[in-house]
Design a protein around this ligand. Structure first.
Ligand code: GDP
Length: 328
């Protein structure tokens, strides 16, 4: 029997990599998309990975319960991956209510749709290391107390706990993956790694002179999205649902990550980097460092791609894109 998966946020970075992985595992893959009258569906990430024609898209919205119920009824999924969110921390201060409606209440909508229309399905919730915020332990694991520092993180905390609660209340197979930052050439350009790699590529090609960043002392535990979607899938293959931290166990400053990108193209970082307070945040998460011992032991998961390789892949992809005339 072919397994069926339903992915929300399928047109995002993780959705695209997960769709590719599941298709490779023989799944029938369905995705929820918001269609807009002027631009249609933005499936450029699915195209980039060569899977756009294999994923079946359904019109829906995380804020619209009836659309989610209908999609679950029609697709009868074995597994539901809830990756849809307003996921950019900085804009969550500018759109806190929208962030709550989609990133928090949207999770309850998806869980309700599953409870109504496919209660036997397995559910994955995309939780986030941002929930640790003002860190309470030097390395964060599943038992570390949370201390969210942005409207985004507060919303993700609701999503995490409503997932745990539905598991405990209704016996649903619902798992929460607490994923640390994960990047790729498909990362949105507002996130710092991609902002750096596209910025460095522009400078290298003479399309820009400087790169403006905010707090470059912040430290993150960065992994590759391709590695991290494998952990999502593994969680739903377990007999019992549970929560797992997914991280590399290495933390790096924005400054050092940036230096990798400049070094790769043979440019001097100090000449081109400008610190711009406009990119400082009202409250900052200074450092994150994940302890993924549990995922390594129970899922047999480990990351394969280290930060240097990741950043170089992203710079190369941005150089190639710009040389083709895209995104100039
Ligand atoms: P986040 O961890 O989900 O917020 O991922 P981001 O990639 O957006 O930000 C990671 C860190 O980089 C945060 O601590 C930011 O404050 C820091 N940072 C410094 N300069 C910038 C910038 O220009 N853009 C972004 N997005 N982050 C920046």
């Amino acid at each position: 029997m072919t397994k069926r998966a339903l992915i929300t946020g399928v047109t995002g970075q993780d959705g695209a990599y997960l769709a590719q992985l599941l298709l490779g595992e023989g799944y029938e893959v369905h995705g929820v998309v918001r269609r807009s009258s002027h631009s249609g569906v933005d499936d450029h990430r699915l195209r980039w990975l060569g899977v756009a024609d294999s994923v079946r898209l359904h019109d829906g919205d995380m804020g619209d319960l009836s659309s989610l119920v209908r999609i679950v009824q029609e697709t009868k999924p074995d597994e539901i991956y809830n990756l849809a969110a307003q996921s950019f921390v900085a804009s969550s201060w500018r759109q806190p209510i929208l962030t709550a409606n989609i990133t928090a209440v949207g999770v309850a909508n998806m869980l309700e749709a599953m409870r109504i229309a496919a209660p036997q399905a397995r559910f994955y919730q995309a939780s986030s290391s941002e929930m640790y915020g003002l860190i309470q332990q030097p390395m964060q694991n599943e038992k570390t107390p949370f201390y969210p520092r942005s409207p985004y993180a507060v919303a993700k905390l609701y999503g995490h706990w409503i997932t745990v609660n539905y598991r405990e209340s209704f016996g649903m197979h619902a798992s929460s993956g607490i994923l640390f930052n994960h990047e790729s050439p498909l990362r949105g350009e507002e996130f710092v790694t991609r902002k750096v790699t596209t910025g460095v590529a522009r400078i290298k090609l003479g399309l820009a002179r400087e790169l403006r960043l905010g707090n470059i002392d912040a430290k993150r535990d960065w992994g590759h999205a391709r590695d991290y979607v494998r952990a999502m899938w593994l969680m739903l293959q377990q007999e019992k649902p549970d929560d797992y931290v997914v991280a590399t166990g290495v933390t790096t400053t924005v400054r050092d990550m940036c230096r990798i990108a400049f070094d790769h193209v043979g440019l001097d970082m100090e000449t081109h980097l400008v610190i711009d307070p406009a990119f400082y945040r009202p409250a900052e998460v200074e450092v994150l460092l994940g302890d993924s011992t549990k995922a390594r032991a129970k899922l047999g998961w480990s990351p394969k791609i280290a930060l240097g390789e990741l950043i170089r892949e992203m710079v190369e992809a941005d150089l190639a894109r710009l040389k083709r005339g895209e995104g100039r």
